[in-house]
Design a protein around this ligand. Structure first.
Ligand code: SAM
Length: 482
């Protein structure tokens, strides 16, 4: 008998191993069931309403059937629907961010991560507040407005007070026209009280990757340290939400376990958050295991190829249509190009995964968390996105306007994104072009903005957006938003 209970607060009940196994059996048994597959695809498609579009999403069982299916025409359709959902709900905007590594001190024993305690070859470093400031200035000088801060788990070296102090420093730096307007936080699972402190510090999304939903593997992959506690880690998002954080970001590290198992677990986690808190995850990240200091991805048996990776991403897009999907610079330009058409809505650019990496002229490797595949500058990434029909967006308006959690989802469903997120994207892109872009990028960008302004349907919004764009071009006024 399965112990599965989507509303349970116990990790082993909302991520029930028995339910995942039954799901995988059901998916395998139905992977050629064309009638069922067609009905699932039909359910996933955006449906027109009086004000816009809605999407029903898919259950973990339905989505797992699509993931298992390898009938070429059906797989093509999955990709088409994924792209359609992305365009209908997020438009052609791609939100930009960069990670900022604060400290690589860590007491855990994660066998895939070079920050693990026993690694004596990696240089350990923790930024001082002066160094945080210098890193933030370097990031602002590239044009970044949104960061994801990263740190190992170490109660002595990186206690919550240190993280809070860093957040405070980051928000306080304004270099030239620069500002970091949203700080997302990717730190180890912690207490409700600490989540409340993070909420009070004004963080955006709290991100925590599950790494793997397979409990037995989880225990082996995290043999020592506080992260060894599977339940404490898996129940972290519930504590974060209890602490008042509305936006949480899920993810698994693909390569550690069988991807079909992880996929079902990930969606069950999303369903659990929706069932208990009334709002699903704000984002889902899809990292793949990469080479790092003393880590060789070939030592792990479950690596996935690029085709499978794209299919997983597209199936996530169908299952949770209102959740952002994030792809980092772990992936190459080529893979990122492909995934941008499978429903991805956020990408990082010009990332450095070493502590203090942004203030060095050359990319340092000594404290790095993993090899970065896409090593282009932010200007190059922005230009490339625009050349491929996307609008790079530096917008951070939603959470600053209180549109978090279900309020953001309502905006998504209302069809008003084109009169809200779209002009915000164009205004923040203008800021980037004026303050940081090369001449070549400027030329492409201004043309794109001219063209994209015409898609705003509300005449009043259009007038204000045009006015603000002129203001950005002709003065130092910044940070306009709807
Ligand atoms: N220490 C925090 C925790 O325990 O969740 C999170 C910060 S860690 C810097 C961010 C993420 O990097 C981890 O959750 C893990 O999924 C990922 N990561 C670790 N080693 C990696 C590797 N070799 N390749 C790719 N990603 C890796």
């Amino acid at each position: 008998m399965s112990n599965y209970n989507v509303k349970s607060m116990k990790a082993e009940e909302f991520i029930s191993d028995a339910e995942i196994r039954e799901t995988l059996e059901y998916a395998e048994a139905n992977k050629n069931n064309v009638e069922l597959i067609d009905s699932i695809l039909e359910k996933a498609k955006p449906q027109k309403t009086a004000t816009g579009y809605v999407c029903a999403g898919l259950t973990h069982r339905e989505a797992s059937v699509l993931l298992a299916c390898d009938i070429p025409e059906k797989v093509d359709e999955i990709f088409k629907i994924a792209e359609d959902i992305k365009l209908k709900f997020y438009g052609n905007r791609i939100v930009m961010f960069a990670p900022l590594y604060l400290s690589n001190y860590c007491v855990n024993g994660c066998v895939y991560c070079p920050y693990h305690l026993k690694n004596k070859t990696i240089a350990r470093r923790k930024l001082t507040q002066e160094e945080v400031k210098a890193e933030v200035i370097a990031l602002q000088d590239m044009g970044h407005k949104r960061l994801a801060i990263e740190a190992g788990e170490d109660p002595k070296n990186n206690p919550i007070e240190y993280i809070l102090e860093c957040i405070n420093t980051i928000y306080s730096v304004n270099h030239k026209n620069g500002a970091i307007r949203r700080v997302n936080v990717n730190i180890a699972a912690t207490t409700v009280e600490n989540y409340r402190k993070l909420r009070d510090a004004g963080i955006g999304t709290y991100i925590l990757f599950q790494e793997t939903y397979h409990k037995e593997s989880y225990l082996q992959l995290h043999p020592t340290g506080p992260k060894h506690d599977y339940a404490y880690h898996t129940e972290a998002m519930d504590r974060a939400m209890e602490g008042g954080i509305d936006d949480v970001g899920l993810g698994v590290l693909f390569g550690l376990e069988l991807y079909k198992y992880e996929f079902a677990g990930l969606l069950m986690h999303a369903e659990h958050l929706e069932a208990v808190h009334g709002v699903g995850p704000h984002t889902i990240s899809v990292p793949r295991l990469k080479k790092a200091d003393d880590i060789n991805p070939d030592d792990f048996d479950n690596g996935i190829d690029d085709d499978t990776f794209a299919k997983i991403t597209a199936c996530i897009r169908l299952a949770v249509p209102y959740t952002g999907i994030i792809i980092s610079t772990r992936e190459s330009q080529e893979v990122r190009s492909r995934l941008l058409n499978c429903g991805v809505s956020q990408v990082s650019g010009a990332s450095r995964t070493s502590v203090g990496g942004y203030t060095e002229a050359e990319r340092p490797h000594d404290t790095e968390q993993f090899d970065v595949s896409d090593q282009r500058t932010l200007d190059e990434v922005v230009r490339w996105l625009m050349e491929n029909g996307h609008i790079p967006s530096f917008c951070t308006a939603c959470y600053r306007e209180g549109r978090t959690g279900d309020r953001f989802m309502s905006l998504c469903k209302s069809g008003q994104i084109v009169n809200c997120c779209h002009p915000n994207a164009l205004m923040t892109l203008t800021e980037f072009l004026v303050d940081y872009a090369s001449d070549e990028t400027k030329e492409i960008g201004y043309k794109l903005i001219e063209k994209e302004l015409s898609r705003i349907t509300n005449p009043k919004v259009l007038e204000i957006a045009k006015d603000n764009i002129e203001n950005i071009k002709n003065s130092n006024r910044r940070d306009f938003r709807f």
